[in-house]
Design a protein around this ligand. Structure first.
Ligand code: G
Ligand code: G
Ligand code: MN
Ligand code: NA
Length: 254
């Protein structure tokens, strides 16, 4: 309760900020996207990571105004960078279950795009399997409305939820992000290697773009590239970066 109260106030006081983790094209090594990752600058405790407040924000509904702040800020930053002539990248934003099922997500996304003037094709929404599978018909309607805005849709942490192939076929999705739990030991464990191969195979068959998360070694990157993975994200390449650092990196690559 105490924390809930603090969290609500923190949204109003704008105590949050975003970090950005680059995502690279596996063939060219160019940065094609960044994932926006939320941090809370708590005046008492300092920097707080999302795992310690997102679950509570979800339970209490604070995630709705907070998620709106993330979308507005991510789009505003994209616009600012584009105006400054920074190398263009997609911006991937994490959407929590409650934002998708309960909030009017397409309205929030549309407003953030209109306010910033960013072209929708630069915005990518990361949804999890668990949030999509709750009410499949409603999900298809919601996804179609979002796709109508021309944003792209990813399934985040793929492989950890229900992974129903039926819905993959019916949902208008653009990217699959393979959960980092499978990438961790992809070079050592035959089971994990087989799972990753299967996910890449399914994605190719359905014309989806595949992103490997949590790539931590060169061996993993080389293996995944040989298997046809399209994009990489992970500590081997970049950790989540503060805005300043990201802009330096993008400037050095342009
Ligand atoms: O940044 P870090 O790896 O600590 O993120 C931990 C978790 O928090 C991840 O599962 C990530 O998806 C989630 N997360 C990070 N930023 C956001 C956000 O803006 N909104 C939501 N809903 N989840 C986020
Ligand atoms: O659930 P989601 O995929 O949104 O989680 C993103 C989280 O994964 C971020 O908190 C980010 O810090 C973390 N992350 C990104 N790359 C790596 C990596 O290579 N290794 C590990 N352990 N975590 C990573
Ligand atoms: Mn994510
Ligand atoms: Na993920």
């Amino acid at each position: 309760m105490q924390l809930e109260f603090k969290l609500r106030g923190a949204v109003e006081r704008e105590e949050f900020f975003l970090e950005y983790q680059p995502i690279l094209d596996s063939k060219t090594g160019r940065i094609t996207a960044v994932e926006a990752l939320l941090r809370w600058n708590d005046p008492e405790k300092g920097r707080v990571m999302p795992d310690s407040f997102i679950p509570l924000a979800e339970d209490t509904g604070v995630i709705l105004p907070l998620g709106e702040w993330v979308l507005r800020t991510a789009c505003a930053k994209l616009r600012q960078w584009q105006d400054a002539g920074v190398m263009p990248v997609r911006m991937a934003v994490n959407i929590s279950g409650r934002q998708f099922t309960q909030g009017d997500l397409s309205k929030t996304v549309e407003d953030a795009l209109l306010q910033s003037g960013v072209h929708p094709s630069w915005l990518e929404l990361e949804l999890t399997e668990t949030c999509l599978i709750k009410n499949v018909e409603e999900t298809v309607r919601k996804l179609c409305r979002l796709k109508g805005l021309c944003v792209s849709i990813s399934i985040d942490d793929f492989g950890t939820g229900y992974s129903s192939l039926q819905y993959l076929k019916n949902f208008p999705i653009d990217h699959l992000k393979i959960d980092r739990g499978f990438i961790n030991n992809v070079c050592e464990l035959p089971d994990d290697r087989a799972i990753v191969d299967a996910i890449i195979g399914i994605a190719k068959a359905m014309d989806l773009h595949v992103i490997a998360e949590g790539v931590e070694t060169r061996q993993q990157a080389e293996h995944l590239m040989r298997r046809g993975c399209d994009e990489f994200q992970g500590y081997y390449f970049y950790r989540p970066l503060p805005e300043e650092k990201l802009l330096e990196v993008l400037a050095s690559k342009a």
